[in-house]
Design a protein around this ligand. Structure first.
Ligand SMILES: NC(=O)c1ccc[n+]([C@@H]2O[C@H](COP(=O)([O-])OP(=O)(O)OC[C@H]3O[C@@H](n4cnc5c(N)ncnc54)[C@H](O)[C@@H]3O)[C@@H](O)[C@H]2O)c1
Length: 287
């Protein structure tokens, strides 16, 4: 039980990777506040936690993570119900604005930035105030995305918001390090959740299994495992980091060997040494 005696707040805890993390943290001994906009799936999550035997350690609060008073209330519930606050997972999210830049409204920009980036600022701000007062340190984990690392892995505003989450996590780590409060981000790749499956989980799982070098689709449990590492003392010297959990998707980079297959030595079954413009001949052999 790696989180025995710890108290966590998980936003977006009613679905997808947030829900998987709720269940994992409960199984590891934590008490968990599930904070979500969707009251129906939020209550359902508590029912499932109760059925699994964790009823006394799991509570739901309807929360809009872009609303400052709501964020304070969810954190205060952890303290009033379970006595302390050790871990905050700022994870709630939506796809937000879609379509080209030329068609994106200011309202769509504001909504997306509010739910994905302002929420993380608010979650960090108010978690830090409470954790500093407790004086026992803490771990803040923010869900970013591989979309925050490049220009073509997600919609424009979503990607900008996720880049902001990575930056906020670094700034937070620097400011809060002296108080032993760690701040890290997780960058998921393609994860088969209701947010990403387009209403067709089976097709998404099949497509996502082909999206990266690793031959299985990403799941909420993969993210829960990374969140658990960041929540425990196993990561006590890790702060200001963004951990990519994507089955090797970003490691594969531009995949030139797929775009220009004839240039791939692996496919042509040759190896050796090329010597550029030196005037020396390459040494090549077949295998
Ligand atoms: N699924 C992916 O492939 C993927 C990849 C990278 C990053 N992410 C990020 O992971 C996080 C979790 O997404 P998921 O895939 O588990 O999606 P999901 O839709 O399964 O879960 C997201 C949860 O956030 C809640 N939520 C939305 N807006 C909210 C608000 N204003 N206040 C409170 N709760 C709100 C939803 O009700 C939902 O329960 C998000 O931040 C998302 O951007 C997802």
């Amino acid at each position: 039980m790696r989180l025995a005696g710890k108290v966590a707040v998980i936003t977006g805890g009613a679905s997808g990777m947030g829900k998987a993390t709720v269940m994992r943290f409960l199984a590891e001994g934590a008490a968990v506040v599930v904070a979500d906009y969707n009251a129906q799936t939020g209550e359902q999550t508590v029912v499932e936690a109760t059925t699994a035997g964790y009823g006394a350690k799991c509570v739901f609060i309807r929360t809009d993570v872009s609303n400052e008073a709501d964020v304070e209330a969810m954190l205060d519930l952890a303290i009033s119900r379970f006595g302390q606050l050790d871990i905050v997972f700022n994870n709630a999210g939506v796809g937000g604005a879609i379509g080209p830049m030329t068609e994106t409204t200011v309202e769509a920009w504001d909504y997306t930035m509010d739910v994905l980036a302002k929420s993380v600022f608010l979650g960090m701000k108010h978690a830090a105030r409470r954790m500093k007062k407790q004086g026992a340190g803490g771990s803040i984990i923010n869900t970013a995305s591989i979309a925050g690392l490049s220009g073509d892995a997600g919609p424009m505003v979503y990607s900008a918001a996720k880049a902001a989450v990575i930056s906020l996590s670094k700034s937070g780590a620097v400011e809060l390090g002296p108080d032993r409060i760690r701040v890290n981000a997780i960058c998921p790749g393609f994860i088969a959740t209701p947010l990403a499956d387009g209403g067709n989980p089976e097709r998404a799982r099949e497509r996502f299994a082909r999206s990266q070098p690793w031959p299985e689709h990403g799941s909420g449990e993969h993210i829960a495992g990374a969140a658990l590492f960041l929540a425990t003392d196993d990561s006590r010297f890790v702060t200001g980091e963004h951990i990519i959990v994507d089955g090797g998707l970003t490691a594969a980079g531009p995949e030139l060997s797929k775009k220009y297959p004839k240039s791939s030595a692996r496919d042509a079954k040759i190896s050796g040494i090329t010597k550029g413009s030196t005037g020396e001949k390459p040494e090549v052999r077949r295998w």
